[in-house]
Design a protein around this ligand. Structure first.
Ligand SMILES: [Ca+2]
Ligand SMILES: [Ca+2]
Ligand SMILES: [Ca+2]
Ligand SMILES: [Ca+2]
Length: 391
């Protein structure tokens, strides 16, 4: 069941995006987005949408095709996806247990863990693999916290009486950008992962919010109203070269850098309601990806990483994150980089052939074994996906 407090808290988040600029100025200090951009190939774009009633987390291809509800929280809501650096996990927040708490799931929507937080309202997560940054009001005012990915060691890092929210990791997880009201208006700050060296980087009297670090660590994209309406800006990570990139009279919000670094996803109301767009990092080629009368907002871009060094990326690399042969259930042992890999399969013939006599595939023609293994993975995935999505 959703409590009134949970609904209000969630609506407050959604309303902050849907209200006119004047009200946004008042509400933008409330729960907001937190983004993380990590280097890799460009994977899916996850976002929040109200198209099926309560807010849910969807993903889509970077061209807008294949829009799928990943969270399926039924009557509850799931908001603000944040991919882990290897693209395999999504942190989000939900009111499914009555108040806003941080959850994680696999990037395909499976494996939702129990709430990682409990006391207070907890929202705006930013995943960094071993660590998750998030926002909580548990200590009496809004602060940026970090915790381990299993929910342990929840620690207040901002430690300031003003509102501190919207954490975003630097790509090496050593720094956190965030929004704070401590200097009298919303500005972008940076601090170390343990809260040291908190520094105002945007230094502008207008609203500056929703920071998102570029995958090479050199730039921060953010939202600002300094030119009279909400726009997407970029600046260097120390606050230099602050530049309006979206340049559109409508509201433009919540930038999310692509893992390759050349593109930025964002949400905009320019076509009458909240939709997801992409543009180049300098503001070119602004393109709408969603076309739905409901609100589509809070994009985050999935990094695709060759975690085991075999030269293949997910989804072709079906088991990219499992360590050595002993724990590689259902997956071939990691081998040297594949030479001439087969599209759609984890390993190429050269990789399989290099394993020698300890390979369980000895005696079979390598391409046939690889094809059968790939087919089994695809069928298992399809079965699991159908089972989950039909709930
Ligand atoms: Ca605070
Ligand atoms: Ca400001
Ligand atoms: Ca604008
Ligand atoms: Ca829409």
């Amino acid at each position: 069941m959703i409590t009134a407090i949970g609904v209000l808290s969630l609506l407050r988040s959604v309303a902050a995006l849907a209200l006119p600029v004047a009200l946004l100025a008042v509400l933008a200090a409330r729960p907001g987005p937190a983004e993380s951009a990590f280097p890799g190939a460009n994977g899916k774009i996850a976002f929040t949408s109200t198209r099926e009633g309560a807010a849910e987390i969807f993903h889509m291809n970077p061209n807008g095709n294949g829009q799928v509800n990943l969270s399926n929280m039924a009557a509850a809501a799931a908001v603000r996806p944040s991919y882990s650096p290897d693209g395999s996990k999504i942190a989000f927040y939900s009111n499914s247990d009555g108040n806003d708490d941080i959850y994680t799931m696999n990037a395909d929507g499976s494996g939702v863990l129990a709430a990682l937080t409990s006391a207070g309202d907890n929202y705006g997560p930013a995943h960094c693999g071993a660590m998750i940054a998030f926002v909580s009001n548990r200590d009496g005012n809004v602060e940026v916290y970090t915790m381990n990915a299993d929910g342990s060691s929840q620690t207040n890092r901002s430690m300031n009486a003003a509102t501190d929210s919207q954490p975003a990791w630097s790509p090496d997880c050593s720094m956190i950008a965030f929004m704070s009201l401590r200097d009298g208006n919303q500005d972008i700050y940076t601090m170390t992962a343990t809260g040291v060296s908190q520094t105002n980087r945007s230094m502008n009297a207008a609203i500056d919010d929703s920071p998102n670090w570029s995958p090479d660590g050199s730039m921060i994209a953010f939202g600002s109203t300094r030119d009279g309406n909400p726009e997407i800006y970029t600046m260097t990570a120390t606050g230099g070269s602050q530049t309006n990139r979206s340049m559109n009279a409508a509201g433009d919000y919540t930038p999310a850098w692509s893992p390759v670094g050349s593109m930025v996803a964002f949400s905009s109301t320019r076509d009458g309601n909240f939709e997801i767009y992409t543009m180049t990092a300098s503001g070119g080629s602004q393109t709408r990806l969603t076309t739905n009368a409901a609100d589509d907002f809070y994009p985050d871009w999935q990094p695709l990483v060759d975690a085991d060094g075999d030269g293949l990326l997910p989804p072709e690399d079906a088991c990219p994150n499992l360590p050595g042969p002993a724990s590689n259930q259902g997956c071939p042992a990691p081998g040297p980089p594949a030479v001439g890999g087969i599209a759609g399969l984890r390993d190429g013939p050269a990789d399989l052939a290099s394993r020698g006599s300890d390979s369980t595939t000895a005696g079979y023609a390598p391409p046939v074994v690889a094809a059968l293994a790939g087919l089994a993975v695809i069928m298992a995935g399809a079965w699991y996906g159908r089972r989950r999505w039909q709930r």
